[in-house]
Design a protein around this ligand. Structure first.
Ligand code: FES
Length: 216
């Protein structure tokens, strides 16, 4: 009963697609592609047309799967889950190194992911992920719900020389690193949310469920 659809959203580095309106955010999620690479994703969702109302309600919260085949290092794709953008970033070795640099960690408000409910327990680690290489994170600012911009570039003129690459929310200036960790002294109170997720193969990740057998 599943149907595979292409349902990608762009997060081109620096693209100002920020929007706090959930309805408009949904349009943005549905309308765009892959940032910084040529990866394609396929999102499996139940076939809506044949569902009863209760089945549709369940499907709205159902897990989605993404094919990360071809996602290049440094590139990011976006899928929609529960009407929210979820980013899948394939981090480079340099990005991973920065995430553990003490000078970088000193800029963060919650470098150890001590605030619970912002991530599953298996993502309370240096990279906030199941696999260090891949970040899976909900792309909604924890201040007022805008969609931050993907800014992997280091020390850009418009953000500043201390920028190590991450996600910048132009709405009110919140900053997050490439593990979704919030900077100190910005409006956003907490790290970005890491959703429940797991890998069913080297190239397929399921978002919205911790394991194959346990629904989130
Ligand atoms: S919504 Fe992101 S900084 Fe305010």
């Amino acid at each position: 009963m599943d149907e595979t659809v292409n349902n990608l959203a762009s997060t081109e580095p620096g693209k100002p697609d920020t929007d706090c309106d959930p309805a408009r955010r949904k349009i943005l999620v549905a309308a765009s592609g892959v940032a910084g690479g040529a990866a394609l994703a396929a999102v499996s969702v139940p076939f809506i047309a044949s569902m009863t109302p209760s089945e549709r309600a369940r499907a709205a919260g159902a897990p989605v799967s993404a094919d990360i085949t071809g996602l290049e290092p440094g590139a990011q794709l976006t899928i929609e889950w529960r009407s929210k953008p979820v980013w899948i970033l394939r981090r480079t070795e340099a990005m991973l190194k920065t995430l553990e640099d003490p000078r970088h960690l000193a800029k963060l408000a919650d470098p150890g992911s001590d605030v619970k409910n912002q991530q599953p327990t298996y993502a309370r680690n240096a990279y906030r992920s199941v696999k260090p290489e891949y970040l899976v994170v909900v792309g909604i600012c924890t201040h007022l719900g805008c969609v931050p911009t993907f800014r992997p570039d280091v020390a850009p003129a418009d953000i500043g020389p201390d920028w190590d690459g991450g996600y910048f929310c132009p709405c009110h200036g919140s900053k997050f690193d490439l593990a979704g960790r919030v900077w100190r002294n910005v409006p956003a109170p907490t790290n970005l949310v890491i959703p429940a997720h797991h890998y069913v193969s080297e190239t397929k990740v399921v978002i919205g469920r911790d394991t194959e057998s346990a629904a989130s």
